[in-house]
Design a protein around this ligand. Structure first.
Ligand code: IDP
Length: 151
């Protein structure tokens, strides 16, 4: 069984709006395993590394300011194809283009308040997990339900 991991962050807008529970529930109900979780206000150094590919773009400063404006719920989720499926569960970057049933499609309207982040590739997931978490913060444990989720 694949042990792929992804980095999912519930952004400050969704933390403020009380959406931590509903978002976590979607990943739990899908069958994914929570390996790490913490609430933190990310500093500029972390955010500049996390959003390095967007440095220099017109929205970069606003994005970093927003992401550092309050607590973010950072998580590592594990399971088969979790990177691609996690992105599908999040929906499109612009909530207005996200289908109902996706997290952004159900909870968001504006691009700059799009509720959550999810890694876009296995390589970026590895990189983002290493930026946001120490290895000791990532829990290894067995679940008795595994055989009811995977064939
Ligand atoms: P993603 O979060 O779906 O991976 P990215 O293109 O990596 O999308 O952009 C990172 C974040 O930057 C988005 O989630 C969104 O909050 C913000 N963003 C992206 N493009 C724009 C834009 O054109 N204007 C304002 N904010 C943007």
């Amino acid at each position: 069984m694949s042990q792929e991991q992804t980095f999912i962050a519930i952004k400050p807008d969704a933390v403020q709006r009380g959406l931590i529970g509903p978002i976590i529930t979607r990943f739990e109900r899908r069958g994914y395993k929570l390996r790490a979780i913490k609430l933190l206000v990310p500093d500029r150094t972390l955010l500049e590394k996390h959003y390095e590919e967007h440095k220099g773009k017109p929205f970069f400063e606003k994005l970093v300011g927003f992401m550092g404006s309050g607590p973010v719920c950072a998580m590592v989720w594990e399971g088969k194809d979790v990177v691609k499926t996690g992105r599908a569960m999040l929906g499109a970057t612009n909530p207005l283009a996200s289908a109902p049933g996706t997290i952004r499609g159900d909870y968001g309207i504006d691009l700059g308040r799009n509720v959550c982040h999810g890694s876009d590739s296995v390589d970026s997931a590895k990189h983002e997990i290493s930026l946001w978490f120490q290895p000791a913060e990532i829990q290894q444990y067995d679940r008795a339900i595994e055989g009811w989720i995977y064939e």
